[in-house]
Design a protein around this ligand. Structure first.
Ligand SMILES: NC(=O)c1ccc[n+]([C@@H]2O[C@H](COP(=O)([O-])OP(=O)(O)OC[C@H]3O[C@@H](n4cnc5c(N)ncnc54)[C@H](O)[C@@H]3O)[C@@H](O)[C@H]2O)c1
Length: 371
């Protein structure tokens, strides 16, 4: 079997999630090529060495430019903040590597377009990690929609709510700095709701927008008295019009007390509705219009016939957040074996970024903006 050497840049939250995915994928799925966890890269040598050992990487390194240009590397996996995606992805594409990048693709639309241009010009395979597409319940929702079972779609309601910023003493991390993160709740979490909207309903044509920062300065570091400005949105809201006539709303907030990772959508069509909530990710609610006794039912999405499930456990034996990443790298490996560009890819990243950009413009202009 073909072996593919993986290099991963960044080793904290997503670094841990992606490491687990690379490690598990061939233990559960019949993969067409075997990923080899070759090298993990970060800036702090002792910490990255520790991560290499804990996550099971063969080597660690501190210079991503050197790593990306190595002849023995096949895939570059980018798990760093948004401001680093462009230089790493462009260098990896020029070195003819497969590029797998965390969302949002970049901090600005211009950077996202340059990244798409780099992977296309160099003819390399590329993928963007909007992992929620590959929760089995979401994949099942897409099947149900494609089969026409809920009919013509009228409404999409996407809410992605967290509460980790409600405490004003929470320090200003990189996620609260525009120069590093590009935007706040908008790019961080509303981008996932936008990806699911595009995946399940269709392209977004026009948006309104409202971005709000509730707490404009925070401790520069945990426990510090020194304050630092927050120049990104704490909450992002938009009404959206889809090209196919559906209408919807997107809401991302990190100030929704009690909501931990409430990534929910509700879709209403002419024959029925679908509801998904990541906090109950093994379930999908389905309503089909079937007369006076019809009502919402909850499907436990753990049947071997459901997407991705047969590789895991018997019915009712649930799976978790980390499996969405395993499914994503599985489909990347399959695409590499077939020399195809998987979805979502950098073109999806650019389309997503156009929506983020339009919401930012609409928040400024207080008018509807074209995507
Ligand atoms: N798919 C998802 O659901 C999801 C969830 C969380 C984060 N993300 C995305 O993943 C990316 C990383 O976020 P995270 O939560 O893992 O952040 P994090 O802060 O937990 O980790 C960032 C890592 O990048 C490294 N890093 C930062 N700057 C670097 C540089 N210049 N060179 C080399 N390494 C550098 C840090 O040392 C750290 O290891 C972001 O784009 C974020 O939006 C995606």
């Amino acid at each position: 079997m073909q072996r593919l050497n993986i290099a991963m840049i960044g080793y904290r939250f997503m670094g841990k999630a992606h490491s687990n995915a690379w490690r598990q994928v061939s233990r559960f799925f019949d993969v067409p090529c075997e990923p080899v966890m070759k090298v993990i890269c970060g800036r702090n040598e002792p910490d990255v060495k520790k991560a290499a050992h804990a996550y099971g990487w063969e080597q660690s390194a501190t210079d991503w430019e050197e790593v990306v240009s190595r002849d023995d590397i096949d895939v570059v996996d980018i798990c760093t903040p948004g401001d680093t995606h462009l230089p790493i992805a462009v260098a990896a594409a020029r070195a003819k590597k497969v590029v797998f990048c965390e969302k949002p693709l970049a901090n600005t639309l211009g950077d996202a377009e340059r990244m798409l241009d780099a992977v296309q010009t160099n003819g390399v395979i590329h993928m963007l990690c909007h992992n929620y597409r590959r929760a089995p319940a979401v994949a099942l929702a897409r099947q149900i929609i494609k089969e026409g079972r809920i009919g013509q779609i009228y409404h999409y309601r996407g809410t992605y709510l967290q509460d980790w910023l409600v405490n004003p003493d929470f320090p200003r991390l990189w996620r609260l700095e525009k120069a590093k993160a590009g935007s706040g709740a908008l790019g961080d979490i509303a981008s996932h709701s936008i990806d699911l909207a595009r995946h399940l309903v269709g392209e977004i044509a026009e948006v309104s927008g409202l971005l709000k920062t509730f707490i404009a300065e925070r401790p520069a570091r945990a426990g510090s008295r020194e304050m630092a400005p927050v120049d990104v949105d704490d909450a992002a809201l938009a009404l959206v019009r889809f090209e196919n006539g559906a209408v919807g709303m997107i809401e991302g907030s990190r100030f929704a007390a009690g909501r931990k990772n409430y990534n929910r959508f509700e879709i209403n069509g002419s024959k029925g509705s679908l509801v998904f909530n990541l906090e109950r990710m093994n379930e999908l609610e389905l309503y089909l219009e079937e007369g006076p006794e019809s009502g919402f039912r909850t499907i436990i999405v753990t049947d071997a016939k459901h997407p991705y499930v047969s590789a895991w456990w018997p019915r009712g034996h649930i799976i978790g957040y980390e499996h969405t990443f395993t499914h994503t790298v599985l489909d990347l490996l399959r695409a590499i074996a077939e020399q195809k560009i998987p979805s979502p890819n950098f073109a999806d990243g650019v389309r997503n970024q156009r929506v983020l950009d339009a919401i930012e413009r609409a928040s400024e202009s207080k008018a509807w903006e074209k995507v």
